[in-house]
Structures are given as structure tokens and as C-alpha cells.
Ligand binder design. Structure first.
Ligand SMILES: [Zn+2]
Length: 475
């Protein structure tokens, strides 16, 4: 692009030069009205702009280098709220506000892990979110392996007294990322299950598809009335080593020293940051785009979910530049504390007492780097033809429409979907997403700038379509 002319001025010029005012006559047909000619031109301009400029990347770079990692309860996480408010205002959002609530505070602390028998060898490991520590002392026990969570669940009560339970299940790699669903249960509930059998600690193969020597963190949960034991994930190569050592029919012991503190009952204030581009004729009708502002602490949260922040803020900016503006309001919600349990999304729904009647439709981006290949709706039957009409704009980009109509929205947005908001999921190629997910390797250099432009174009087009069309996805 021409660097002598800032791109947003170029966009504004292109948009205001659209003079077509032809109104599509939809009354004669039973189909919901697609976009009129002017809106269709706006859609093309937005698409071309998003494919050419780097705005979403600039946002991610700003977030990950000016603020850094954004673990709930850290100074950087508080700073990210101020950053997001300022960024939304700079990008042309009309109304920007925060909604504060409380989340449980967890602190990672330090960790050392090692095999101590049959020989001494350091192990690369990360505490799982919410894990308690070992009180600063080394905790040592014999390792007992389980092939998966079901095998651990089936172990007799009392069979793991003074032992360390190890789930060795390996996540499988798939384009749609469904291997995550089969693997993540152990991360969430493994520690509680192991404690019920008498184990003193829970270790697991990381939920990740890479073969690097780093571990994948992620949230875990204890059960009320069940002893809280330390819970850690070890890297894939370290899990291989442990499995191989166990095959030699000799005791393998493991030592863990960690100062993580949780759960203490202590809470910390979190904040959803919300920005709107006000609709021109139906401002009370809200289309939502979501991403989460918090991240894990070990990388800089560039992929998870800096990309979502970049895409949704860019889409809001592009809409703010339109003249005329779309009829409906676009609301971008940067959710708080997603990683440690969707706290921000739950607060968003609770504040509205589950009544999201004015929420016409929503979509979240929380799935990394891959190019979108499929649109999956979750809308009223009557509005499906309108979604299909929109999908035809995406089909030259290689994006098809799913035959199902059950989408609730990714991540945070699923809480709104469960509360009744119609949704669209944009499904990307997630083949390598779980190589980086929740690791030290989630850094800015991993962001695929071409795929980012492509996905930003798709979300910006969706935002334009959903705020402009006469179709109502609720009915
Ligand atoms: Zn995420």
C-alpha cells in the first residue's frame, strides 16, 4: 500500500465515494433480504482493506510488547484493561466502558521437577492453573501410570496411597482440533480423581501436539471435600521418557517442589472491556464480536488470544469508518479471565440476568492462526437463508457453510450462546494450534500475518453483514 497515505484515510475515502443508494427490493420474496447494493459495496471495500492492511497485527504487537503476558491478578493484566480502553477509543469506537467483577486469584510461583529413580534427571513441567504447591518442600513419590483419565477413574480407592498418578494420554492432531476434547478432561479433573485414590500429586503429559521440550499449562479444578494435591503438566518428550522408564519394570520416583498458591479463597478484580460502534437506525440491536483479553503467563498470549483481540478491534475500526453506518450496533467484548474459568463471560451474562434479547448474533475468535475454512451457524431456521446468502460472499475465499445449525460461539461466547444469543462459529485449520497453545512458545513471531489478514477480513465482513442485513437471526 501507499505509505504516504495512511490506510485508514484511504479506507474512508473509498467508503465515502460509494454513491450507490439502490435499495434491494426484498418484499416480493419470502427470503430474508440479503445486503443491498450499497452494503454489498461496503462489504467489498472492507474485505479488500482487511486483506491489504496490517491493523490487526499492529494491535497484537502493541498488546504483547507494551503490556506482555496477562495472567489474571498480575499488574500486566490490570494494565491490559487500560490498554484496551485506550485502543478502542483510538480506533474509533463510540462508547467504551468496563464491567468489573471478581475472580479467584491464583499465583504460579516456582517449580522444579525431576525423576529421582532409577536416576536423577530434570523434567520440564508447568503447574496447572489453580494448582496448590508443595509448601516449598520436595514431594517425592513412586509414579503410577494410567493410559488415560478413564483408567485413572477406574483405579480402586486407596490404591494410590503415597503415589504420584501419571496420565500419559497423548493428544492427537486434527484439522478441527477435536483431539483437545479427548485430552483436556484429565487436565481439568485428573488431580481430584487421583486424590480420591490417595495420590499425593498428579502429573500428566501436556495437552499439546508438539514434540518440543516445553509444557502446556491450562486450568484444573479441585472438588469440594477432596484433598487438593499438586497438579502439573510435563512436556511431551519428558512424558515419553517417563513412560519408557516405567516399561523397564523398576520403580520410578518423581520429585516435585512448587510454590504455587491456590486456591486460597483470595479474589482479584477483573474487567471486561466493551466497545461499541453505534448503529445508525437500530442502535438497540446488538451484534457481538468477542475475544479474551487475559492470557497465560508463560508466553505473551499472542496467539491465545492476542489474535482475537486484534481481529475484533480491527473489525470494529473498519465499521466505524463507514458512511453511512450499518443499522445495528456492533459491540466488541474483550472478556476477562477466560483462561481460569470464563469468569468475565459468566459475569457478562449474569449482569443481564440471562436476558440477551437485544443480542442479535455473536461470534468469538479464540482459535489461533489457521485460515478459516468453514462457517457454522447457530441461528433461527427462518434466518438460515440469510446466512447462506452471506456464505456466498465467502465462498470465493474457500470458505464453505456447515450443514449443521448448532453453533453456540467459541470460548466466552458459548456462555452467551447458552443464554440464547444466536451465533456463528468460524472454523479454522487448527492443525498446529495445539503446538503453541498455553506454552512459552505463544509469542508474536508465531502469528501468521497472511492468515491473520484473511481471518480479519472474514470477521470484518461478518460484522458488516450482521449489522446491516434486515434478517433477524433470533426469529
Ligand atoms: Zn484462548
Amino acid at each position: 500500500m501507499n505509505t504516504s497515505r495512511p490506510w485508514h484515510h484511504a479506507l474512508r475515502g473509498a467508503l465515502t465515494s460509494i454513491l450507490a443508494v439502490t435499495v434491494f427490493s426484498a418484499q416480493a420474496t419470502s427470503f430474508p433480504p440479503p445486503l443491498n447494493q450499497q452494503q454489498t459495496k461496503q462489504l467489498r471495500v472492507i474485505k479488500n482493506t482487511a486483506l491489504q492492511v496490517d491493523l490487526s497485527y499492529q494491535v497484537i504487537e502493541s498488546l504483547t510488547t507494551e503490556v506482555g503476558a496477562r495472567l489474571v491478578g498480575t499488574p500486566a493484566e490490570k494494565q491490559s484493561v487500560t490498554w484496551a480502553v485506550n485502543k478502542m477509543k483510538t480506533l474509533g469506537f463510540d462508547k467504551v466502558w468496563v464491567e468489573e467483577s471478581e475472580a479467584r486469584l491464583w499465583q504460579r510461583g516456582d517449580l522444579q521437577a525431576a525423576i529421582t529413580k532409577p536416576y536423577q534427571h530434570n523434567i520440564v513441567a508447568l503447574a496447572l492453573g489453580n494448582s496448590v504447591g508443595t509448601g516449598g518442600k520436595a514431594l517425592t513419590g513412586e509414579v503410577v501410570e494410567f493410559a488415560d483419565l478413564a483408567a485413572l477413574n477406574a483405579a480402586p480407592a486407596g490404591s494410590l496411597e503415597n503415589k504420584i498418578a501419571f496420565v500419559s494420554y497423548r493428544m492427537t492432531r486434527h484439522k478441527d482440533g477435536h483431539g483437545y476434547g479427548s485430552a483436556v478432561g484429565a487436565r481439568v479433573t485428573g488431580a481430584a480423581q487421583a486424590a480420591k485414590k490417595g495420590a499425593v500429586a498428579f502429573i500428566m503429559r501436556s495437552v499439546g501436539t508438539d514434540t518440543n521440550r516445553f509444557a502446556h499449562t491450562g486450568v484444573s479444578r479441585y472438588e469440594d471435600g477432596v484433598k487438593k494435591i499438586p497438579a502439573v503438566a510435563i512436556s511431551n518428550p519428558d512424558a515419553d521418557l517417563l513412560q519408557n522408564a516405567l516399561k523397564h519394570k523398576q520403580p520410578v520416583t518423581f520429585s516435585l517442589t512448587m510454590s504455587a498458591s491456590g486456591p486460597t479463597g483470595q479474589t482479584t478484580t477483573i474487567a471486561n472491556v466493551i466497545g461499541e460502534v453505534t448503529g445508525s437506525s437500530k442502535p438497540q440491536d446488538i451484534v457481538t464480536l468477542g475475544a479474551h483479553l487475559d492470557s497465560w503467563d508463560v508466553g505473551t498470549g499472542a496467539i491465545d488470544d492476542g489474535i482475537g483481540v486484534g481481529i475484533t478491534l480491527a473489525a470494529g475500526h473498519y465499521l466505524s469508518q463507514l458512511n453511512p453506518r450499518p443499522a445495528r450496533t456492533l459491540r466488541v467484548i474483550l472478556f476477562a479471565a477466560e483462561e481460569i474459568g470464563l469468569y468475565g463471560a459468566k459475569d457478562y451474562v449474569a449482569r443481564r440476568q440471562g436476558d440477551l434479547q437485544n443480542h442479535v448474533i455473536g461470534a468469538e475468535w479464540d482459535f489461533g492462526n489457521g485460515k478459516i475454512y468453514q462457517l457454522e451457524p447457530g441461528v433461527s431456521k427462518d434466518s438460515l437463508p440469510a446466512i447462506a446468502a452471506f456464505a456466498r460472499f465467502l465462498s470465493p475465499m474457500g470458505i464453505s457453510m456447515a450443514q449443521t445449525n448448532n453453533a453456540k460461539g467459541q470460548s466466552d461466547m458459548s456462555a452467551l450462546g447458552e443464554a440464547g444469543q444466536p451465533a456463528v462459529n468460524f472454523n479454522p485449520d487448527g492443525t498446529d494450534y495445539f503446538d503453541y497453545h498455553h506454552t512459552e512458545n505463544d509469542t508474536l513471531d508465531k502469528v501468521d500475518r497472511d492468515a491473520l489478514k484473511f481471518n480479519t477480513a472474514v470477521y470484518s465482513m461478518f460484522a458488516l453483514f450482521a449489522t446491516s442485513t434486515g434478517a433477524d437471526f433470533r426469529q
